[in-house]
Design a protein around this ligand. Structure first.
Ligand code: SF4
Length: 256
């Protein structure tokens, strides 16, 4: 064995890593946009939205100057509209004061997003623990086996994310094709573990989140509000108003 597990992982990433547009930049604003979009939305859906977003608002200052209504309209379909507002607020802070050392000081930026932006944009030695990376580190034994080499935190994070997303998946890890198999104490053993019982989940259409999304999407294009039970609609509108996502005008509800 001529190389260690981290080197093997990075070599695999060089050959097989996913080619994603936000990986070609170190602009902290672009990285932040990608990370916020990716928080709850699948990669394939984010790619075209990310590219269009950067064409429309190429800088933090441009986004900070945009109207809330325009930002919400551009966010329709990405879900969790509050993320768009927090992103705009974060850009306002950055435009006024610059990027803080502690990125969690920015609205909507938690520990994971701060670590990701820190590693990808500022070259900081951080591991961004998303679900995939956390699973990979748990199965391989953590930083004793896999940790970013000096100066390569960005590549390490991308590699661990890709390994978790495409090889060391939650339900069926493909250990045979895994670049760190030789060092992994879980190799070949995970599939034999009893699967976790899946809790039954309500249909998305039955959730308040669905109604909220439909309301914002309708107001974005001037459509009628969704035809749902009045109490569901009232609850959604009250929550959206509380979050600053809709306001009641003289002629009815509208985006801010
Ligand atoms: S050997 Fe299997 S369990 Fe270990 S990291 Fe690779 S895919 Fe995951």
């Amino acid at each position: 064995m001529s190389q260690g597990p981290t080197a093997a992982l990075l070599a695999w990433y060089d050959r097989r890593g996913r080619d994603l547009p936000w990986r070609a930049t170190t602009d902290p604003y672009a990285v932040l946009v990608s990370e916020v979009m990716l928080q709850q939305t699948q990669v394939a859906r984010v790619v075209p939205r990310y590219e269009a977003w950067l064409v429309r608002w190429p800088t933090a200052a441009a986004l900070a100057a945009a109207s809330v209504a325009d930002v919400l309209r551009a966010w329709v379909g990405l879900g969790y509209n509050r993320r768009a507002l927090r992103l705009r607020e974060a850009c306002a802070v950055v435009t006024r004061e610059g990027w803080p050392d502690d990125l969690t000081a920015l609205p909507g930026v938690g520990a994971y997003t701060a670590a990701a932006v820190g590693a990808f944009a500022f070259g900081r030695h951080r591991v961004a623990l998303d679900t995939n990376v956390r699973r990979v580190l748990e199965r391989t034994g953590g930083p004793v086996v896999l940790s970013p080499p000096p100066g390569r935190a960005a590549a390490f994070n991308h590699a661990a994310m890709d390994l978790g997303a495409t090889v060391c998946t939650a339900r069926r890890p493909r250990c045979d094709g895994c670049p760190v198999r030789a060092w992994c104490p879980s190799a070949g053993a995970v599939a034999a573990l009893p699967g976790r019982a899946r809790r039954p989940r309500p249909r998305f259409e039955d959730t308040d989140r669905w109604v909220r999304g439909r309301v914002v999407a309708a107001l974005a294009v001037g459509d009628a509000l969704p035809a749902v039970a009045p109490e569901r609609l009232d609850r959604a509108l009250a929550g959206l108003a509380r979050d600053g996502l809709v306001v009641r005008g003289r002629t009815g509800w509208r985006l801010p």
